[in-house]
Ligand binder design. Sequence first.
Ligand SMILES: Cc1ncc(COP(=O)(O)O)c(C=O)c1O
Length: 296
Amino acid sequence: IIDPKDEVVFPSPYWVSYPEMVKLAGGVPVVAHPKDGTFQPTIEDIAEVCGSYTKAIILNSPNNPSGVVYSREFIAQVVEFCEKKSLYLIMDDTYNRLIFDGQTPINCYEYAKDLTESSKLIVVNCVSKMYAMTGFRIGWAVGNKQLVRTMANIQSQETSGPATPSQWAAVGALNGIQSSIEALRLTLQNNRNVLVARLNAIPGVKVTKPGGTFYCFPDFSAYNKESQKLAQFLLDKVRVVTVPGKEFGREGHLRLSYCGTLGDIKQGVERIQWALDPNSANELYIGGRKLVRDWA
Ligand SMILES: Cc1ncc(COP(=O)(O)O)c(C=O)c1O
């Protein structure tokens, strides 16, 4: 949908793949940074970076990496804005079934005036998260017929299409017992509660409570403003894997995943705190191995 030099706008923090995907398609990624520094963009933040080259906007809510769920009002405003300016709007709903605290998934088509074949509203989703089927690489797109047909043409030449066993596994998931989604959602909500409570107990770490997904994106800049260095430090010293916020367009943050067990989550935060807090005990045992704190 984009010609060379066309721009695709998305808010920060963003999924790491968006800038690269846009570049691979020959376009120019343009990031809309929420002015108030939060993870919740406003329509003004988006409108401000849209110009004559803008062709499409991507929204991902619930958001990877922040876990923030964008408000209904914001989604409605962006749908209206895109219709008015004739822009494509790609809604990445990958995590829309994994939302907490009684929220319900947002269907962006509710806010669209144009539901004809000239609609430029596209919803993408996949089996990866809601069915815990990461790695199967099965997703889908909802959009106007011509566009979806073109996507299928491109994909059939680029990859010859997704592997057949993956496709059948996805059919099984979609037609199978759906209670697994609710069980996963409840587990993740509980994991989120435990993780957020423990992170809030670390002085200086600023936490935005995730409303969905299985990620949390705390601000660790009180300890190290360079997220790549901090992530490497935590990996080297206490064997905790995090993803540097820089890759998501927000330096000073780390993305933590809470889709593991409660035991792993508790131990992960305990190790992070031990590594960061200068007042920590001198020693920590990991899997029977004694670690000695030899850094300031
Ligand atoms: C925001 C977002 N969109 C899309 C995907 C794609 O998932 P998959 O390639 O597993 O279908 C992911 C996976 O991490 C994601 O986080």
